[in-house]
Ligand binder design. Structure first.
Ligand SMILES: Cc1ncc(COP(=O)(O)O)c(C=O)c1O
Length: 392
């Protein structure tokens, strides 16, 4: 535990993250594990989380942007330590830097295949490419109608030695809604697109489609590799899938602020911008020094929960850029006392899911938006004796 008094801090429990990786691997024992660490590891800090996931047995890291993938390599996570796949590309790359850094790149269409082939020729290297199929998400990925051309051109580039197709992959639209008809439809489409590519002659090392909810609830979707993000951070993909504890998962981030002011006010006192809260009687107010400038959702005004002195309080009135106020109902905690906004929940504090409900959003957004003004304090950095890397 870091004792430095901080206005607000996000404590990141790396032992919880490692245990979550182990729990998820146990659900997909025959699959490799790609730790999805995009968006600064969903707000948890990319490099420390990537290292912890590797210690617990992840062999792949997944990012959206090439900049994120290159930052992993720049931090010293080399190709011997982790394979890295990066999937969100725009014209211009940087394909060549990725190829030279041994980052594997995802290709969803012909424009991207042409650019990566050109970059590989310039670099004099063989690019490692994974073809992404749009099996029904309707976002990135190659539609079934365009798949034969992408496969054929990939085979030509393989024959020429400019690239190697290391993977075939896709992404579910509704795996967080168990039983949704699109799940079976996408699973079938993926199997067909993989079969087409393999019949045509591609020999991918990994075929993968499972995000967190699929890793947790759809064993048939695990193929050669699973790709969990949110569950690794101990947050549930959706209430329909369950709560983290149902799967032995523990939230990794605890967000705590130090109370900045406690004061007595009379009845009828307006609170925060717009006076959307007016004290119903004489009471005490506590000032929590965190706001939407730190990533709290303003949409949780009047609803966002916080644990102070063992009691749940809710944001009274508007959440402002840097601060919000709670009605302490006459209690007088000390200035500097902890206001726990969310954490694992087992000490009575709210969870990220509670904030998601309060803001009508998802837990993903709550943790991912915690901003750069909030210092991350890493705890339990040493690998556990059971961790894969600790045993080497
Ligand atoms: C392509 C891809 N794979 C895997 C993931 C991980 O998803 P989840 O956080 O639901 O596990 C994401 C995240 O959105 C993604 O975009």
């Amino acid at each position: 535990m870091n004792e430095t008094p901080l206005r607000v801090r996000a404590e990141i429990d790396l032992a919880a993250l490692r245990a979550n990786v182990r729990a998820l691997r146990a659900r997909a024992p025959r699959a490799e594990f790609m730790a999805v660490v995009k968006a600064d590891a969903y707000g948890h800090g990319m490099v420390p989380c990537a290292r912890a996931a590797l210690q617990a047995g992840a062999t792949w890291l997944g990012t959206a942007t090439p900049e994120e993938a290159l930052a992993l390599r720049a931090a010293g996570i080399g190709p011997d330590e982790a394979r890295v796949l990066c999937w969100l590309w725009t014209p211009g790359g940087p394909w060549r830097q990725a190829v030279e850094a041994e980052v594997e790149v995802s290709v969803s269409g012909m424009w991207a295949l042409r650019e990566v082939v050109a970059a590989a020729r310039q670099a004099g290297r063989t690019a490692k490419v994974q073809l992404k199929a749009d099996t029904g998400l309707g976002r990135n990925g190659c539609r079934p109608d365009d798949w034969p051309e992408l496969v054929e051109e990939s085979l030509k580039a393989e024959a020429e030695g400019t690239l190697r197709i290391t993977g075939l992959w896709s992404h579910y639209a509704c795996a967080d809604e168990p039983g949704h008809p699109s799940i079976a439809a996408q699973s079938t489409a993926f199997a067909q697109m993989v079969a087409y590519a393999e019949d045509a002659g591609l020999r991918p090392e990994v075929r993968h489609i499972a995000n967190s909810p699929a890793t947790l609830t759809l064993p048939d979707s695990h193929y050669d590799l699973v790709r969990p993000g949110i569950a690794m951070y101990g947050v549930s993909p959706s209430p329909e899938v369950g709560v983290p504890a149902d799967f032995g998962l523990r939230p990794v981030m605890t967000l705590t602020a130090s109370l900045a002011l406690v004061k007595q006010v009379p009845a009828g006192h307006g609170v925060s911008y717009g006076h959307h809260y007016v004290t119903p009687g004489a009471t005490t107010l506590g000032l929590v020094p965190a706001g939407y400038g730190d990533g709290l959702p303003r949409g949780a005004s009047g609803r966002g929960p916080v644990l102070i002195g063992g009691k749940w309080r809710t944001a009274a009135g508007r959440i402002a850029m840097d601060q919000f106020v709670v009605d302490l109902g006459g209690d007088e905690p000390d200035v500097g006392d902890a206001a726990v906004l969310f954490g694992p929940g087992d000490r009575g504090e709210p969870t990220a899911e509670d904030w998601a409900r309060a803001a009508d959003t998802i837990g993903y957004e709550i943790v991912t938006r915690i901003g750069s003004r909030v210092p991350r304090v890493y705890v339990n950095e040493q690998p556990d004796p059971t961790d894969v890397r600790a045993q080497r």
